[in-house]
Structure formats: C-alpha cells, structure tokens
Ligand binder design. Structure first.
Ligand SMILES: Cc1cc2nc3c(=O)[nH]c(=O)nc-3n(C[C@H](O)[C@H](O)[C@H](O)COP(=O)(O)O)c2cc1C
Length: 336
C-alpha cells in the first residue's frame, strides 16, 4: 500500500485521466514552464504543462522535442486561444502525439476542441461560468480547470473557494474537474479532493523551484513577498478594457495606472482614436513577463504571482515540494 493511499484514492480519476502518479498539475506559466520545470514536475510524479504563450509553431515543436528528451512521463501543452496560429500549434502537438492539450485564455474557438480530439489527445478547458462549463464538457471537452482570482497571471473575478462550491457539486460526479488558484499546502489539496475535485493545479508554489529557469532576482522577489503584495491590476477607465493580471506590486504596476490615465486623457482630447488607445494599453505588458522572468528586471517587468506567494520562502527541488504536498494531504485526510 502506498504512503499516500487516502490521497491517491481521492485522486484516482485525476491520475487515470492524466496518466501520472499524483493528480497535481503545474499550471503553465509563460517563460517559466519550459522543458526544465515541465520535465521535473512530470518526473516527480505530477503533471507538467508547457506554456506555449506567444511561441511560433517551430519554437513549440522544438520545446516539446526537448522536453521529451528529459522525461518519458506524460506532460501537456497549454495553448492560448487568441494565438493567431492556434490551429498550426494544435497540429504541432499532433505531430508530437502530445497526450493532453490545455486551452486557456478564453472560450475555445470553433473547431479547436474537435481538431485536438481528432489527433487522439485529451482537451482541458477553463470556463468562467457554470453554464459555459457544462456546455463545453457536453460538447467534447474532456476535463475542466476552475481557477479562482487568488491565482497568479490573468485572472477572473471570483475566488477559488466560491467557484469550488458552485462548480464541484454540479460537475464533479460526472466530469473530471481540477481546482486552481491559491493552493500551497496539502491541507488545501485534501479539502478540494473531499469536495469532489479529481485533482489540483498549482503555479506560484512551483515557479521558484530549483529546476525553474526563472532569474535569481525573480525568485528573490517571490521569497520576500507577502500575500498582500500580489495584487490584481485595475481598470481605471470604462472605455479602456484591462484584463486583470495578478502580479507583485512594483514600479511597472504603478506605471501601468499612470499610462491608463494618460491614454484616457488623450482620448478625452480626441488626439487618439479608441482602437489606438486600447492598443497602447494592451501593449504595455507585452514582453513584461519575459523581462522579469528571463532578464531579472524586477522593477519594470511583470512579476506575475498568486497570493499564495507568501508561503514561498526558499528554493526547493520540485520533488521535495511535491512530496511535501502529498504528505500534507495524506496527514490532513488521516486526521479526519
Ligand atoms: C508567472 C505566471 C505565469 C502564468 N502564465 C500562464 C499562462 O501562460 N497560461 C495559463 O493558462 N496560465 C498561466 N498562469 C496561471 C497558472 O497556470 C496557474 O493556473 C496558477 O498559477 C494557479 O494559481 P496559483 O498561482 O495560486 O498557484 C501563470 C501563472 C503565473 C504565476
């Protein structure tokens, strides 16, 4: 019998679905979730996911190939639905026989879920409402990730605890559902498993693992931060839509508010049109995550992080984090 028998019993549908030992996904993090972290997660018994982000099909092809040389365990690929070459990226996953594709960043466009399934892969989707989740799952998506506003990166407005109470009772019996956002300990994992989740997805907790290629200064910023430092960006003008991003407060996040005020003023004066104004807002963050993760520019770059960053205190090997989570989960279940 496994050391983690209670946890694994509750995770069974998740591990069968993912084909790994523990139903713990490391959610794709652009620039962070590349071959090193992804293979380390899968080698540690979890499920790593490559972040395609804005990669070209050729780059994605090479990243999958490189990851394969570092692990013989299954891993997934996360594609952003807005990517202009989404269908080509799906084809790249097909050429590599990728077993699981995660569609993120919006409602999957027509034909995308079908194309992935035609290649024999499983599709994981996100959904902002219960009605849409039901529709996606009934029309072919194989599993759902619910992600609350505690999470790092682009977020929705509702907390994980609320989503869990709304979605799990309605869906978890029939479908495979993973819970993400604000998870940092095994106790929390045990709670969501007991509520019916098939597994969990973590990002922030794994971002600073030894195996993560994130710049040492990016990691230091995480170790110093408290939960309250990971704030969601705010929209200052009704005419200029801002998709909220949760990141550590820095010079860049302050400047983003200033830019919004300036652009709104230009709009008032009539010196830019609406399209140009919205473009300036969108472009502000383009490349900002790369500047922080890769270049270590922690002042001007984007330090995307979830609120659970307050529990990330030091660099640890992925396997140690994973064993800690599983042991914590098992202890919590044993205490019940
Ligand atoms: C630095 C960073 C980058 C992220 N980039 C992406 C991404 O490219 N695509 C995506 O679907 N989710 C992205 N996420 C969200 C994670 O996949 C995951 O769902 C989230 O981190 C889970 O919540 P947690 O941060 O509270 O653990 C990102 C998160 C972080 C912290």
């Amino acid at each position: 019998m496994s050391m983690y028998s209670k946890s694994l019993a509750l995770m069974q549908r998740g591990t069968e679905f993912l084909g790994c030992e523990y139903a713990v996904l490391c959610g794709a993090m652009s620039w962070v979730s590349e071959r090193n972290l992804v293979s380390a997660i899968s080698n540690a018994g979890g499920f790593g996911v490559i972040a395609c982000g804005a990669m070209t099909p050729d780059l994605l092809y090479a990243e999958i190939a490189a990851t394969r040389t570092m692990t013989d365990k299954p891993f997934g690929v996360n594609l952003i639905t807005m990517h202009p070459q989404l269908m080509e990226l799906i084809e790249v996953c097909g050429r590599h026989n990728v077993s699981h594709v995660v569609l993120a960043g919006g409602i999957p466009p027509k034909g995308s879920v079908e194309a992935i399934k035609a290649q024999g892969a499983k599709v994981l989707v996100f959904a902002p409402t219960l009605a849409l989740a039901k529709k996606l799952l009934r029309s072919g998506a194989d599993a759902l990730v619910i992600e609350g506003s505690e999470a790092g990166g682009h977020i929705g407005p509702v907390a994980t605890s609320v989503l869990a109470q709304e979605f799990l009772p309605a869906l978890a019996e029939e479908f495979v559902v993973f819970v993400a956002g604000g998870i940092g300990t095994g106790d929390m994992i045990a709670g969501y498993l007991e509520m019916g989740a098939s597994g969990v997805q973590l990002g922030t907790r794994f971002a600073c693992a030894n195996e993560s290629i994130a710049h040492p200064d990016f990691k230091k910023a995480f170790f110093r931060a408290n939960a309250r430092d990971a704030v969601a960006s705010v929209q200052l003008d009704a005419r200029l839509p801002v998709i909220p991003v949760r990141a550590l407060k820095n010079k860049g996040t302050a400047e983003f508010e200033q830019i919004q005020r300036e652009v709104a003023q230009l709009l008032d004066q009539g010196s830019v049109d609406m399209g140009e104004a919205q473009l300036r807002i969108e472009h502000f963050w383009a490349g900002a995550l790369r500047r922080a993760v890769i270049d270590g520019d922690v002042d001007n770059g984007s330090l995307m992080a979830g609120q659970i960053v307050g529990l990330v205190k030091e660099e640890e090997p992925v396997a140690q984090i994973m064993q800690g989570l599983m042991a914590g989960c098992e202890e919590a279940l044993a205490r019940r």
